[in-house]
Ligand binder design. Structure first.
Ligand SMILES: [Zn+2]
Length: 703
């Protein structure tokens, strides 16, 4: 994913040392205490996003994680557990269904949702009489992507969605997720299954106090420590419930933190991102029989569904690949266990080679133009590629990978023949990065990580106000790899933010001509066209995009804006309403309704929508700006100034609010108060968009 930001890479923690001899001991040792399998207990699944196994205290990591460590001390901690994908949605789909990505169909974030009707562990437990609730913390898991199958309640309220101008994703802090989960759990009379997903360790790394100062300079670990503290009340409540609670904690994937040249995750599949923590235990008020164990068995995400079903004595569908990991369950020798993994994002979005691989026992094979083979028992950091030295092992692992018969990713759901036809009519070709029949070393992701670092550097330069440098970096990326969509997408975005609307549109048109396009770029182009006075073109582009069952809410909002610009307020209102029907917490839809109603002169309706937006997302600068305009129009200047000051403080780039504030303060005779805002406006507002306003502000300052 691209939306990451700030914080430079944190130095990686030392991987947990695994002596070769350590493999001898495993969960199947005969002395393992039996797990009390019975139907009358609750089930709690906790997924911590972007959590490297070696970050946790119990795994020898630098983050202080007493709650998770206590859980590990009571249950089984797996120190060789793996995901099947290195992105949030594909990986969670595997955790919840027990299926590999090529089976559940979620191969990337952009353009993939779970096949409707795919049974999840919630479906199965619901059938056994459990109440089912999901509480998720980050936007990749919004309900519309289909992971809500089987849940009575799917709580995905994050406030603002989509990418803001600072390249971050919508999320809500772990504390808030836990709070809504606890409320739901507290209301249950019978047995329940709760899935709690917390997003905090995902970039940007911005832990709240006191973790920000305690982990200064290594903020990633501060996020991990914060998450642990936020989960404390959840484990406490589950542990004191009338029934015992079976609990499984894992991560969807880890984080590169600079190892192997990867800062975040999603492009490569080294142990830094593929290996995950996995803790299985049982929470009861009585802790006398607890014996903490460490298992070196090759555990996989596909084993989680069978494990949870086994714990409550429910039938495990024979179609699942996984097996129960509970103590006492029969386990094969490590060498007989294999696992599939992939990283498709780089192929789908950037035109790089697809990454697939297999684990067999403690060996790992990565199938790329330059293939890689590691013996993880001896080389857990993957420093020595054995592919040329152990031809026999290579053949064995290649065969294991082939045994999965993993199909390549299907088409993205946003691509329809009608869409393609519309794009062609407008002179564009549609689609994702073109797939090649043969990928070479030049397409191997590990050889292209410098480009990924440039992408990060561009974002960082932008965030620190070095706009020209950021634009230059993205031009360089396009020159170096013209087939890569993200170069155009980010360049266009920054040009747009800089007030260079035409340049932004030209950049996107270049991308379409080069066939270097991601689905979101059609929405991006549509919204720029609407804003740049070409609403008819925007409507032609966006209408087919929303003529699907689960449209991208950004596309629906962009289409509404295009209608509004084309003087079709009824259609605009209908579009915003649709976005709101799909997600009542869609802040952008509420902001847009506020703007539309203001244009139509219905100030009370505008006020209602904007107040709702500000209630859901108190950090909405647009809502505060709009509320300021209404206050001024209805004769409440002091309230207007308060609202605008808030907007300017929340979003230093909201030049509309800054302009309103400085002009109206000045007009009210409060010249001294207006001066710093006027100065800031003349200094920072992009001339391409605000030239006449800047001139006006200058005149006021010279007076
Ligand atoms: Zn994730």
């Amino acid at each position: 994913m691209v939306f990451r930001s700030k914080g430079a890479a944190v130095a990686a923690a030392a991987a947990v040392a695994l002596g070769a001899g350590a493999w001898a001991w495993s969960a199947r040792s005969g002395s393992a205490p039996a797990f009390d399998r019975r139907a009358d207990q609750n089930v709690l699944l906790v997924t911590i996003d972007t959590l490297r196994a070696d970050a946790l205290g119990s795994y020898g990591g630098p983050a202080r994680t007493p709650n998770l460590d206590a859980l590990a001390a009571r249950g089984t901690r797996f120190d060789f557990a793996h995901a099947h994908a290195v992105l949030t949605r594909p990986s969670h789909a595997s955790i919840l269904t027990g299926l590999y990505p090529y089976e559940h169909g979620v191969r990337d974030h952009s353009g993939y949702r779970m096949k409707p009707g795919t049974p999840t562990v919630a479906t199965m437990l619901k059938r056994s009489g459990f109440a089912t609730g999901a509480f998720v913390g980050g936007v990749p898991l919004e309900r519309r992507f289909g992971l809500d199958e089987g849940f009575d309640v799917y709580d995905d309220r994050f406030g603002r969605t989509g990418n803001a101008s600072d390249f971050t994703m919508a999320e809500r802090p772990a504390g808030e997720v836990v709070e809504v989960a606890l409320k739901w759990i507290g209301a249950q009379q019978g047995r329940w299954f709760a899935w709690v997903h917390v997003f905090d360790p995902h970039a940007p790394y911005t832990p709240p106090p006191p973790f920000d100062t305690e982990y200064a300079g290594r903020a990633y670990y501060g996020e991990v420590a914060y998450v642990d503290s936020a989960l404390g009340p959840l484990f406490k409540a589950a542990g004191s419930a009338a029934r015992p609670t079976v609990v499984v904690v894992t991560a969807d994937h880890g984080e590169g933190l600079g190892d192997h040249g990867e800062l975040t995750h999603g492009l490569l599949a080294y142990e830094t991102t593929l290996r995950v923590p996995l803790i299985i235990g049982r929470l009861t008020p009585d802790t006398t029989h607890d014996v903490g164990r460490v298992s070196h068995f090759p555990a996989r995400h596909v084993d989680i569904v069978p494990t949870l079903l086994d714990a409550v004595s429910a039938d495990v569908p024979s179609t699942l690949h996984g097996r129960s990991l509970l103590p006492g369950a029969p386990l094969p020798p490590d060498g007989d266990v294999s696992s599939y993994f992939e990283a498709m994002s780089a192929m789908l979005n950037r035109g790089w080679a697809p990454l697939q691989g297999a684990l067999s026992g403690h060996e790992k094979y990565i199938d790329l133009p330059t293939p890689e083979l590691y013996d993880l028992a001896e080389d857990p950091r993957e420093e020595t590629n054995l592919v040329d030295r152990r031809a026999d092992r290579r053949r064995v692992l290649e065969a294991r990978l082939q045994d999965f018969h993993a199909a390549p990713p299907g088409e993205r759901f946003t691509e329809s023949p009608e869409m393609a036809a519309r794009l062609q009519a407008l002179g564009y070709t549609s689609g994702s990065a073109p797939r090649k029949t043969k990928y070479t070393e030049d397409d191997d992701p590990k050889n292209l990580m410098a480009l990924d670092q440039w992408i990060q550097q561009g974002i960082e330069a932008w965030q620190h106000g070095r706009h020209d440098e950021a634009l230059q970096i993205y031009r360089r990326i396009i020159d170096r790899r013209p087939s890569m969509a993200i170069g155009y997408r980010n360049l266009a975005f920054l040009q747009w933010q800089n007030g260079q609307a035409r340049d932004a549109i030209r950049t996107l048109e270049r991308a379409f001509r080069a066939g270097a396009v991601e689905p979101a770029m059609t929405t991006q182009l549509g919204s720029y066209l609407a804003d740049a006075g070409r609403p008819a073109d925007a409507i032609a582009l966006l209408e087919p995009l929303v003529a699907v069952e689960h449209p991208d809410p950004d596309a629906v909002n962009a289409l509404g804006i295009a209608y509004a610009r084309a003087n079709q307020p009824e259609r605009a209102a209908a579009a915003f309403k649709r976005a709101l029907d799909d997600n009542p917490a869609n802040v952008q839809a509420l902001e847009n309704i506020g703007t539309l109603e203001m244009q139509r002169g219905d100030l009370p309706a505008a006020q209602r929508a904007l107040e709702q937006a500000a209630a859901i997302d108190p950090r909405s600068a647009r809502a505060h700006n709009g509320l300021g305009v209404i206050a001024m129009k209805t004769g409440r200047p002091d309230e207007a100034f308060t609202q605008w000051k808030r907007a300017v403080e929340l979003s230093p780039n909201d030049f509309d609010a800054l302009f309103n504030l400085s002009m109206e303060l000045d007009a009210a005779g409060r010249h001294e108060e207006a001066r710093p805002y006027l100065e800031r406006f003349t200094r920072e507002a992009p001339p391409a968009q605000y030239a006449p306003d800047i001139a006006r502000a200058r005149r006021l300052l010279q007076r």
